[in-house]
Ligand binder design. Structure first.
Ligand SMILES: [Zn+2]
Length: 242
């Protein structure tokens, strides 16, 4: 599987808000600015067949209207499925009402986009031979918040979404060859993991590769200086093959 980092930053970071493209077709989260960023990185928005939303914060789903406009302007009739927490579709309609009143009805008739709101995904086939499990994580007052494990044959990539250190993170790391984990802050809090949590995970799982993302600028510098051997701190646009 090819994993491309569209964004690796937290809301106020220099690098774009965190989102990831798998095999050019599956997008994990679609934050503010990600549609333009995907294009700037040389990828084709219209290749995206599946979008997985981890939770309903703007830096994880706010570009859905812009994705819909992209399909509309390009007259793209191919289906895109959006797997998302309950209530997402309503929130997207509300977002349209505020930022592009009257456009939602026009767009939804002309493009092929399907909102699949779920409580749990177990071995759900996303594309040919690519499956997903959802895992509920703990992200402050934002409920539900999901992590995902994406699987293809023997290969698997875990995604924490935004989460504090909790049992679900242990589960994601243990089920995945490589895990993409929230490392927003220096010290973990009720909503996000910190360098201290990621360092601990890396020590406990020396056989696994851990990728830190959703990072504040200062956190990035401090974490890099620690030179943790099984920790990757990617920049926007970087690609890793798994
Ligand atoms: Zn969040």
């Amino acid at each position: 599987m090819e994993l491309k980092f569209i964004g690796t930053g937290s809301i106020d970071a220099f690098q774009s808000s965190a989102s990831y493209l798998i095999d050019k077709e599956i997008l994990i989260d679609i934050p503010n600015g990600s549609v333009k960023k995907i294009k700037q990185l040389g990828e084709n928005i219209l290749n995206i067949k599946v979008i997985m939303i981890t939770h309903l914060h703007g830096d994880h789903f706010a570009d859905i209207p812009f994705f819909m406009f992209e399909k509309y302007f390009k007259k793209d009739k191919n289906e895109t499925k959006i797997y998302c927490p309950r209530g997402t579709h309503d929130k997207v309609k509300q977002l349209f009402e505020v930022i592009f009143p009257e456009d939602y009805d026009k767009l939804i008739q002309e493009i092929n986009i399907k909102f699949i709101e779920f409580d749990e995904l177990k071995n759900q086939e996303l594309l040919n031979n690519i499956y997903v499990d959802s895992i509920k994580v703990e992200h402050g007052n934002c409920k539900p918040a999901y992590g995902y494990v994406i699987k293809q044959g023997e290969k698997s990539i875990g995604f924490s979404g935004d989460s504090k250190m909790c049992e679900a993170i242990e589960h994601i790391v243990s089920k995945s060859n490589i895990s993409v984990l929230d490392m927003s802050t220096e010290i973990g809090n009720d909503a996000h993991m910190g360098i201290n949590n990621i360092e601990e995970i890396c020590k406990e799982h020396t056989e696994k590769k851990i990728i830190a993302t959703h990072i504040h600028d200062r956190t990035r510098e401090i974490a890099k200086s620690k030179n943790i051997s099984n920790l990757i701190i990617p920049d926007d646009g970087q690609t890793i093959n798994i």
